[in-house]
Ligand binder design. Structure first.
Ligand SMILES: Nc1c(C(=O)O)ncn1[C@@H]1O[C@H](COP(=O)(O)O)[C@@H](O)[C@H]1O
Length: 165
């Protein structure tokens, strides 16, 4: 086993990075290591197979997979690895991400993908789900996650403001 970070962030295309970077930024905020790769079930099937088959032995513990449109990447990856896979439906231009969501969420029984919301919020929450899984066996991370959540709560203003973005 090589010394891989705990989380793999994979995405179907470079164009998904704008969304998936939100997962990376959230992992950074929690000081969780990750590796981001472009892996497509459609365009680079051999790369996807090799990645998913080897992910556990490489040392990854959680996979975050983002894709848009005919978003088969999260499900295909989940079919090839026992690691938890969180799927992020990337917002598509033609169908606002509903196509991505439906492609990811409706998995057949037996092969789960933890499906997140469409777009930025989904990418952030995928990172937080990965953090929650990892925190089960890492007390320092559990403390960091508690702090992150407390700060998030504290950042929510009680009253609306004309100046707020
Ligand atoms: N859904 C998939 C997969 C896959 O599921 O394997 N591979 C690429 N794609 C998606 O195609 C969209 C358009 O890609 P381009 O912007 O490269 O044309 C992206 O959102 C990508 O995730």
């Amino acid at each position: 086993m090589t010394d891989r970070p705990a989380v793999a962030i994979i995405m179907g295309s470079q164009s998904d990075w704008e969304t998936m970077k939100n997962a990376a930024d959230t992992l950074d905020a929690l000081d969780i290591g990750y590796e981001a790769r472009i892996v497509s079930a459609h365009r680079t099937p051999d790369r996807m197979y090799e990645f998913a088959k080897g992910a556990r032995d490489e040392g990854f513990k959680v996979i975050i997979a983002g894709a848009g449109g005919a978003a088969h990447l999260p499900g295909m990856t989940a079919s090839l690895t026992p690691l938890p896979v969180f799927g992020v439906p990337v917002q598509s231009k033609t169908m606002s991400g509903l196509d991505s969501l439906y492609s990811i969420v409706q998995m057949p029984g037996g092969i789960p993908v933890g499906t997140m919301a469409i777009g930025r919020a989904g990418a952030i929450n995928a990172a937080l789900m990965a953090a929650a899984v990892l925190a089960l066996s890492d007390e320092d991370l559990a403390d960091r996650l508690d702090t992150y959540r407390a700060e998030h709560t504290a950042s929510v203003a009680e009253y609306p403001s004309d100046e707020a973005p």
